[in-house]
Each structure stands twice: as structure tokens, then as C-alpha cells.
Design a protein around this ligand. Structure first.
Ligand code: IPE
Ligand code: IPE
Ligand code: MG
Length: 240
């Protein structure tokens, strides 16, 4: 199908809540992990697609601080896939001109995964173009608490002044150097944030679709962006 993307207003920063992997697998009588595996394929395709569309930053919610509550074998399966994904990222991201960053508390990941995260960061740090942020053991509340702690530490060490502002606190978030997402997309049919980007979503536009994440296509992304383009963003003001 020919894509009609010429008239799309492309947001600088799009955030994605990957959801529906488990249900995608269940519908096919397969283990949930197979859904996660297919979800990874969709992530790879969407990262490339977003770069092609001219999106500057794509932030992907891959594993939340709450996802540790899942059965051990499911968490183990996700961690294995992560290992594979990061190995491939190290191999490909630089060639594909993708800057990759991980948002979240990686200290709870295995030492092997932590090393892979550090390596991906190192290898892609000079890449200037498109940036993919992968959220792992990420929680919006945990991010805000971490920012407050880092700020308090800087104040105690005389590196920051005691008057806190929104702008200052923003600099302690994982997203310090990048704009807030204009658009947050949630596939999988649920209408909630599930602790994603709580600080950054203040004025984001939301787009929900019933499509399960492994079935998400470039056309779905176009649809979400088209919906975003038709929104009247007032930021608390009035239309003149
Ligand atoms: C998203 O799919 C992947 C993660 C949260 C790790 P789910 O595993 O939440 O899939 P559903 O919502 O159970 O279908
Ligand atoms: C949100 O999906 C977390 C990620 C996509 C990583 P969940 O499936 O964990 O969220 P809930 O349980 O539906 O809120
Ligand atoms: Mg889910």
C-alpha cells in the first residue's frame, strides 16, 4: 500500500507504550514469550520507520518497574530477548545512524545486561541524528524520585542552588536533553499510562489503538501521527 505521508505533521518526539504481546500470543495458543519475541521484531521495524518519517526521538516503554511482578519464566524470557536485542543493537545501530539510550534503573538488570547497555551507549554516543530511547526497569514515579535525589545531592555538594524550578528538575530526568513527547501512542486497547513518562507527559497528545503491539504497522504509526496533526493544542491558552 502506498503511504500518504506528505501531509503529516511530524512530531519531534513520539513515545510508545508497547502493549498486547501476551494477548497476541494467547490468541494463537502460543506462550506469552513468543508474543514478546514478535513484539521485538515490531520494535526494530518501528524504530527504522520512525527515523524514515523524520521523527527525531522515539521513546519506547519496554519493561516497567512493575513488570517484575510477572512470573519468573516470563521475566526471564523478556531478559533473554533484551540480551539478543542489545547484541543486535551494538552490531547495527551505529551503521544505521541510530543513537540509542536506555532510560531506567539498570542496576536491577543482570551484570551482563548492564554491560550491554553501557556498550550500546558508548558505541552510539557520537551519532547525531535519530535517537531511540528504550525504557527498561523504568517507572515515571521512580524517575521523579531519582531526579529529586540527584538534585538534593548537588545542592548538598554546592553544585546547585537551593531554589528548585521545573526547568531545573527537568535536567535531572533521563530525558534531560530532549523535548517532551508531543505524542504518546498506546496500542493494546488499554486507556492508561501505566507509570510512563509522568513528568514529561504534561502536554502530550494521547493516541490509543486496539491493535496489539506485534500487529502494529507503519500505517498505524501514520494514523497516530495524522490524528496528532488534527489536534488543537492550546497549552492552557485560548485560540485567537
Ligand atoms: C507488553 O505486552 C510487554 C511488556 C509489558 C513487557 P504485555 O506482556 O503487557 O501483553 P498483554 O497486555 O498481557 O497482552
Ligand atoms: C505497560 O504495560 C508497561 C510496558 C509496556 C513496559 P503493562 O501491560 O505492564 O501495563 P498494565 O499492567 O496494563 O497497566
Ligand atoms: Mg500489558
Amino acid at each position: 500500500m502506498e503511504r500518504d505521508i506528505e501531509n503529516l505533521v511530524i512530531p519531534q518526539h513520539v513515545a510508545l507504550i508497547l502493549d498486547g504481546n501476551g494477548r497476541w500470543a494467547k490468541k494463537r495458543g502460543l506462550p506469552r514469550t513468543v508474543g514478546h519475541k514478535q513484539g521485538c521484531v515490531t520494535v526494530e521495524q518501528t524504530v527504522e520507520d520512525a527515523a524514515r518519517l523524520g521523527i527525531r526521538y522515539l521513546t519506547v516503554y519496554g519493561f516497567s518497574t512493575e513488570n517484575w511482578k510477572r512470573p519468573e519464566d516470563e521475566v526471564g524470557g523478556i531478559m533473554k530477548l533484551l540480551d539478543k536485542y542489545l547484541h543486535e543493537a551494538i552490531r547495527d545501530m551505529e551503521k544505521k545512524h541510530i543513537r540509542m539510550k536506555v532510560f531506567g534503573d539498570t542496576s536491577r538488570l543482570s551484570p551482563e545486561l548492564q554491560a550491554l547497555v553501557a556498550k550500546t551507549d558508548e558505541i552510539t554516543q557520537h551519532v547525531k541524528g535519530f535517537q531511540a530511547n528504550i525504557c527498561l526497569n523504568y517507572g515515571g514515579r521512580a524517575e521523579i524520585v531519582r531526579a529529586a535525589e540527584l538534585y538534593a545531592k548537588d545542592v548538598a555538594e554546592g553544585k546547585a542552588e537551593g531554589k528548585l524550578t521545573e526547568e531545573k528538575l527537568s535536567k535531572y530526568m533521563y530525558s534531560a536533553d530532549i523535548p517532551d513527547p508531543e505524542l504518546i501512542i498506546r496500542p493494546g486497547g488499554e486507556y492508561r499510562l501505566s507509570n510512563f513518562l509522568l513528568w514529561q507527559c504534561a502536554y502530550s497528545e494521547f493516541y490509543y489503538t486496539d491493535t496489539l503491539w506485534p500487529d502494529f504497522t507503519p500505517e498505524e504509526l501514520d494514523k497516530a501521527i495524522a490524528a496528532y496533526g488534527s489536534r488543537d493544542r492550546r497549552f492552557g491558552g485560548v485560540k485567537t
